[in-house]
Design a protein around this ligand. Structure first.
Ligand SMILES: NC(=O)c1ccc[n+]([C@@H]2O[C@H](COP(=O)([O-])OP(=O)(O)OC[C@H]3O[C@@H](n4cnc5c(N)ncnc54)[C@H](O)[C@@H]3O)[C@@H](O)[C@H]2O)c1
Length: 259
């Protein structure tokens, strides 16, 4: 006899903190709320985060928002405190924020304005580490999980945007550390490496001809949608992801293929 009951993915009632609630983060908030998570969206732009949270609440989900600056330790602490005040604990952290404005000015080692390097690292490396450090005690207590929004740039060896690649490589190293150190206590950590995803920001900034060209190089024949990445986050937080930890997972329509 085949069991035809819908599997319980174990997300209902869990508390998910999304640090960085724009394109991919906002869609992930929607997806996790739809699967029953209580969601906190943190973002530099508090009003935009609240607008996303409000639309989730209006659709019947549980979601709150908090403004914070990931480049500021005290502000990161305020996000963790706000989440625990709202929901009592944290089961899942999605470290999603990156300064995409700095990314547009990231260049090569000789040309870069060091202020851009510092900002990229403050938000994308130290800030990510602080989010994980302050959320971790709650996650350990709940045998929860972390997902880091990395990038294929971490290992692509690009001629430009090396600061971004350095921040994402550091993030991958942090993810592996957490997976190894707290794995025996039931905590899982993974990193997602999205291909080109059509968030509103990307739609606005990228040259249409370049987008068409990139599409042609993707085996799956289309660019990514924020929902493609949100689905992977939900899987990794859910029981379906119970034996997946310490991984960098490319979600990119096959643009990168690794053994
Ligand atoms: N879109 C893509 O094609 C793509 C590809 C690879 C990796 N990524 C990664 O996915 C993540 C999300 O990217 P996105 O495309 O949704 O971009 P996005 O700009 O829509 O989302 C990033 C969010 O981080 C927030 N943020 C920036 N600086 C912050 C700060 N100092 N404090 C708090 N919040 C801050 C922004 O306000 C924004 O809401 C990023 O980490 C990015 O590096 C995206």
């Amino acid at each position: 006899m085949v069991n035809m009951e819908t599997p319980d993915r174990g997300l209902a009632g869990k508390v998910a903190l999304i640090a960085g609630g724009g394109g991919i983060g906002g869609e992930t908030a929607r997806r996790l709320a739809a699967e029953g998570c209580k969601v906190m969206i943190g973002d530099l732009f508090a009003d935009a985060a609240e607008a996303t949270a409000k639309s989730i609440r209006e659709s019947g989900g549980i979601c709150a928002a908090h403004g914070y600056d990931q480049a500021d330790d005290a502000s990161v602490a305020s996000l963790i405190e706000a989440t625990v005040r709202e929901y009592g604990t944290i089961d899942f952290l999605l470290a999603n924020a990156a300064d995409m404005a700095a990314l547009t000015q990231d260049s090569d080692l000789l040309a870069i304005d060091l202020a851009i390097f510092d900002r990229t690292m403050a938000v994308g490396m130290r800030g990510v580490m602080m989010c994980a450090r302050l959320a971790l005690p709650h996650i350990v207590a709940n045998r929860g999980a972390l997902v880091f929004m990395s990038s294929g740039a971490a290992h692509a060896g690009e001629a430009q945007r090396f600061s971004y690649a350095m921040a994402k490589s550091a993030m991958n190293a942090l993810m592996r550390h957490i997976a190894r150190r707290w794995g025996p206590e039931g905590v899982r950590a993974n990193a997602i490496l999205p291909g080109l995803v059509l968030s509103d920001q990307v739609k606005e900034r990228m040259d249409k001809a370049v987008v068409e060209q990139m599409k042609g190089a993707i085996p799956a024949g289309r660019l990514g949608e924020t929902s493609d990445i949100a689905a992977m986050v939900a899987m990794l937080f859910s029981r379906d992801g119970e034996w997946v930890t310490g991984q960098t997972l490319s979600v990119d329509g096959g643009s990168s293929m690794r053994p």
